[in-house]
Design a binder for this molecule. Structure first.
Ligand SMILES: *Cc1c(COP(=O)(O)O)cnc(C)c1O
Length: 363
């Protein structure tokens, strides 16, 4: 089962990160844990561009995405939808028993700031959810423009998913006034899945404290109380925190600006290469993700045959389309630890596999 993932999460994990996980356990109430927790906070806060704490949740991102709804939505939430993850967030709001509005855009379009303003201006809302980078269709919304709009409505708590854009492009939490900034371990941070990271504003904590039914496991107030003691509310996945410490060292060694530049460069390398073959971009021009590319399968290749060849002969896997886009698009990740060399080698494999790939439908 040895193949490399170029799907947009989970992605390949380096030997260094894997080895960091293979350390002895420490008690999660021990001074050793407190030292570990406190040691990584400054680096996490720098990556989040925030003075607020960064909480560590032993869950996938969805845990905190659902938790955020339960912590802050008292009146009604506006769920901005333009892909599979953001569509599901609306469903999650309803399942949490919340009043919610689905603000729908086509899968390939960014979230439109004007549409958000129109809805929020009704005064019906006290929270909004936005997915910065809709991984399902490779579309990145303009978070600066969106937050400019959201800031016009002081009652509205902003909940922003940056799961597949965090540490790929700068997302300046405090400067943008983002209240709840969420990411996960298995995307650009190139760690195994299972850890979510979230930083919340003071006013979010104030709102949470007034919520009677916010639950326990994802209670922001509980996270804050434990944070002040250098701990998490319950036993965390300590191995993943070792991995996180190792990854933060990697990011520091590379330099964050160099990291952003590398992601942008590799993203363009893939985009230029694949579009030169005649494939078109799926997301609206100018709003393509930087951590991955989502291409339309406009040439009609049999994507499952393509992936089969990639896996068996080239030991790598790309994505053949998410949900309703299966077979219609394909996605290639360039996030995490990829380099010019690994991307070039992946593209050479892609070319070879494509050359022997049948067409699924008449093109
Ligand atoms: C992967 C992803 C998620 C889901 O993360 P889980 O870790 O599976 O909960 C949510 N939002 C976006 C944008 C993602 O890319």
């Amino acid at each position: 089962m040895s193949y490399k993932l170029f799907i947009p999460g989970p992605i390949a994990v380096s030997q260094k990160t894997l080895q960091a996980m293979a350390q002895g356990m420490i008690g999660h109430r021990s001074p050793d844990f407190v030292a570990l927790y406190n040691a990584i906070q400054p680096d996490l806060q720098a990556l989040f561009y925030t003075k607020d704490p960064v909480y560590l949740s032993t869950s996938s991102a969805w845990g905190v995405m659902e938790g955020a709804i339960r912590n802050v939505v008292k009146k009604k939430v506006l769920n901005c939808m333009n892909g599979a993850f953001s569509d599901k967030w609306y469903d999650v709001s309803l399942r949490c028993g919340k009043q919610a509005t689905a603000l729908k855009a086509e899968w390939r379009q960014p979230v439109a700031p004007e549409a958000v303003r129109r809805e929020l201006a009704t005064g019906a809302y006290d929270a909004v959810t936005i997915i910065h980078n809709e991984t399902s269709c490779g579309c990145m919304s303009d978070i600066n423009a969106l937050m400019t709009v959201v800031r016009e409505f002081p009652e509205v708590i902003s909940i922003i998913d940056t799961v597949s854009s965090f540490s790929v492009v700068p997302i300046k939490k405090d400067e943008l006034g983002i209240d709840v900034l969420i990411t996960g371990s298995q995307k650009a941070l190139a760690m195994p899945p299972g850890l979510a990271l979230v930083s919340v504003s003071k006013r979010t904590l104030e709102r949470a404290a007034t919520m009677a039914d916010r639950g326990y496991y994802f209670d922001f107030v509980e996270f804050q109380k434990n944070h002040e003691a250098g701990m998490t509310p319950s036993t965390p996945c300590i191995a993943l925190i070792y991995a996180l410490k190792s990854k933060l060292e990697d990011i520091k060694a590379e330099g964050i600006e160099a990291r952003y530049a590398r992601h942008a460069r590799l993203n363009k390398t893939v985009r230029d290469h694949i579009t030169a073959k005649g494939f078109t971009m799926f997301p609206k021009a100018g709003f393509g993700a930087v951590s991955l590319n989502c291409f339309a399968n406009n040439l009609g290749y049999d994507l499952s045959a393509l992936n089969k060849t990639l896996k068996s002969k080239h030991h790598l896997v790309i994505d053949g389309g998410y949900g309703k886009l299966k077979g219609k698009t394909f996605r290639i990740s360039n996030m995490g630890d990829e380099t010019d060399e690994t991307i070039a080698s992946m593209l050479a494999s892609f070319d070879a596999a494509l050359a022997e790939c049948p067409k699924a439908v008449a093109a």
